[in-house]
Design a protein around this ligand. Sequence first.
Ligand code: URA
Length: 198
Amino acid sequence: MTKKEELENLHNKWKQECSCELKKTATQAVPGAGSPDAEIVFIGEAPGKKEDELGIPFVGSAGKFLDEMLGLINLKREDIYITNVVKYRPPNNRDPSPEEKSACREWLLEELKIISPKLIIFLGRHAMNNFFPELQISGAHGKLLIKSFKDISTKYFFPLYHPAAALYDGSMRETLKDDFKKIPKVLKEIEKREEKAN
Ligand code: URA
């Protein structure tokens, strides 16, 4: 089976099995999308209104800003894979609850297992705290984190501010762009570390 087929099967399975309460109010599930062979997986928080309508992650204003930033480092949406901690839209875009995040956690981990990217980029605190509950996004953004988890093979993580938060805050927007421009260097750093380890 190709990775693409594995992901399709995974999303079909979880659309049936996910016990997330948000299923009751959302229009549909919004599974991850993009290249199954991506070196980088981006993880956001939860689908918004537009994503809920279309069933595709990051297609609203935050997604447009994200595309702009990908352009800064010569990447396109097709080069990456993007998903969310929670796969269903919370009503009125409220924060997802700890129960909702944990109901969707296995779905996310299985996506990451199939893709096995070199680098996982957290978009905002919800994604980061899902793996590093002790960290604050204000201190951790733009810094490479290295940690092994038993469920996934990736051990390199890079937290960023969420593009939706940065859209309405000029200084956060500039910080996010500056952090984004560090991504090619971060990938090189990972390669160097992996070469040394092997
Ligand atoms: N914000 C997110 O965190 N995810 C989306 O898919 C859209 C907006």
